[in-house]
Design a protein around this ligand. Sequence first.
Ligand code: NZQ
Ligand code: ZN
Length: 397
Amino acid sequence: MAFNFEYYTPTRIIFGRNTEDQVANLIKRYGGSRVLLHYGGQSAVRSGLIDRVKKSLDAAGLFHVELGGVVPNPRLSKVRTGVGLGNLNQIDFLLAVGGGSVIDSAKAIAYALAEPNEDVWDLYARKRQAKACLPVGVVLTIAAAGSEMSNSSVITNDETYTKRGYTNNLSRPKFAIMNPELTLTLPDYQTACGCVDIMMHTMERYFTNGGNMEITDNIAEGLMRTVIHNAKILVENPVDYDARAEIMWASSLSHNGLTGCGNDGGDFSSHALEHELSGMFGVAHGAGLAAIWGSWARYVYQNCLPRFKKFALNVMQVENIGSDEEIALKGIEAVENFYREIKMPTSLKELGIEPTDSQMVEMAKRCAVAVGGSRGSAKKLFEEDMLKIYQAANSRD
Ligand code: NZQ
Ligand code: ZN
């Protein structure tokens, strides 16, 4: 049965080669006149992209100041620096050139500048809701988080190493420029992390016990098959433009709400579990998801057997032989084999971390707080379940 739903994706997508040339016109179109140009550590400077963007803004007569240095798992301290810079320069538009980390940092700055008398961390600490947000535009350089079309942002408070997400439609970017060529410089590891994250944004919506629609399932299954196919191509040939293009578009469609229309909002437990891993240990989000997913799946699959079976048959091409449980388990194994094939971890050890017992207890506690007590649709998880999943992922080789 299909549940009622609201589908809202206002982001204008400009896709393809040389599309970054349109950045200044797009900013003007959405009312920007004083721009904060936000970017990451090195890659966009090294490739010359930041210089090209600055030249476009200059040529269009757009005032701009810049703030680089956003790190993966972006930090609240950088957001606060951006807020200071924004206030000083009366910024009215945020331009994020980078990936999920840069976009999320820009979204947080945009919230803060729009409500100068409020503390932005209160949003992430679930203490209040945003009433306003400055417009954000994106030039995407990595296909992964889907933040270019999503209503979420995830920030790490670097005083407490607490990583928290905040979701509000106000922060959906006005536009996203997506030139697959800009992703050709990605290290293989980041490409693979991105592919896992994209898969997971649809898997989180797919493994549900509430509501479903045939059309949504078919879109979701097609998207996941496409990501698997093209992720493998990129292992062999990282500069394959068409594969980059498929993955880039999948990144946005996987997290703009499309693959969850008609269900109950999805599961999203693996994401909640992972955010504690990257908050505490600073691991890459996609790798963290790959490392935890199999342990989550084995813990919950019996509570969501029809979906695990359908997934095994339609996405992982498992043969329809044996009991439903056997087929479901073969599907889980097939996902892990795919992760191994693209050199992603399937345990915490392979992820490169070995949390102590007390660290796992702490992560489970924080995770439960972050989700307001419990999370999950495939199976509702509470703090004790979260701890068991961390322990299972930690005891695997
Ligand atoms: O900092 P630079 O030098 O740019 O290097 C980055 C970074 O080290 C590099 N990179 C990006 N584009 C590149 C490149 N290197 C070479 N060539 C390029 N073209 O890639 C590394 C990772 O970048 P990052 O932005 O951190 O990656 P991603 O897009 O995966 O974002 C991860 C963050 O997004 C959050 C994650 O939790 C994590 O904090 N998420 C945000 C979501 C959202 N807002 O909707 C949803 C996701 O589930 C996720 O939680
Ligand atoms: Zn994700």
